[in-house]
Design a protein around this ligand. Structure first.
Ligand SMILES: C[S@@+](CC[C@H](N)C(=O)[O-])C[C@H]1O[C@@H](n2cnc3c(N)ncnc32)[C@H](O)[C@@H]1O
Length: 219
């Protein structure tokens, strides 16, 4: 699929999600999915961790956050620098990147060899979630349904960018997108779901539920 068609397809899917997630009590202007900084964001297609970091710190008070299937841990590192208590849960131990681009200054930032993030190098299990207020799954493998389940039980928030259905406990019916299926499941489990979109390449539609354990910044 070329870029234009890909974008149209994404818009259509996003429209469906907005309809699906429409909720009478939904009223947070911080979750307006139509970002006004589209012009600026056009340049930022590949900086998904930086974009999600900024999206989070502009909306939520610092809290205890787990980046489930967090890979190298750049998102957890950026959140830690912003005063959040962050951890990566991922069975594959990977080193932090040596550098990243700060999207607010445009400058390259080097990490020190001694920089660390807290890691739990195991497959995500619901018992790990008790100490967190917000669960993040960015292209997380096999964890989306589990995150939704435990977020309902513990009343914590989540931010998901569901990508692939492999090893999840259910599959979407024929003709239904995996993303729609995840959103429907979260609604069924009692979450008020806010779809939003960030401008990075790949599956860039997020689903957010605030929960009761994390708090939005004053508007
Ligand atoms: C597509 S990568 C996404 C990594 C990162 N979040 C990103 O956006 O680049 C999927 C990650 O899921 C991790 N993973 C696979 N099974 C997992 C599980 N059961 N629990 C937690 N992480 C898992 C892999 O080790 C891998 O780092």
């Amino acid at each position: 699929m070329n870029n234009h068609r890909n974008n149209e397809y994404g818009q259509e899917l996003f429209g469906k999600l907005e309809q699906l997630c429409d909720h009478p009590t939904k009223q947070h202007s911080s979750f307006n999915p139509h970002d006004t900084r589209v012009k600026e964001l056009r340049k930022m297609k590949k900086f998904r961790f930086q974009l999600l970091h900024r999206w989070l710190v502009e909306r939520f008070e610092p809290c205890r956050v787990a980046d489930i299937a967090g890979g190298k841990g750049l998102l957890a590192y950026l959140l830690q620098r912003s005063g959040w208590h962050s951890a990566v849960i991922d069975p594959v131990n990977q080193a932090l990147p040596h550098k990243y681009k700060d999207i607010s200054t445009g400058k390259r930032v080097k990490l020190s060899p001694t920089d660390r993030v807290h890691r739990i190098d195991r497959e995500f299990a619901t018992s790990m979630a008790y100490r967190f207020d917000l669960l993040i799954g960015m292209h997380a493998h096999a964890c989306n349904a589990m995150i939704i389940d435990i977020a309902s039980e513990l009343e914590c928030g989540f931010v998901l960018f569901p990508c692939c259905v492999i090893d999840e406990p259910f599959y979407p019916p024929l003709g239904v997108q995996w993303l729609e299926s995840v959103a429907s499941y979260a609604i069924y489990k009692g979450h008020v779901v806010y779809p939003f979109r960030l401008n990075f390449k790949g599956q860039n539609i997020g689903l957010c539920s605030i929960g009761k354990r994390c708090h939005l910044l004053e508007e």
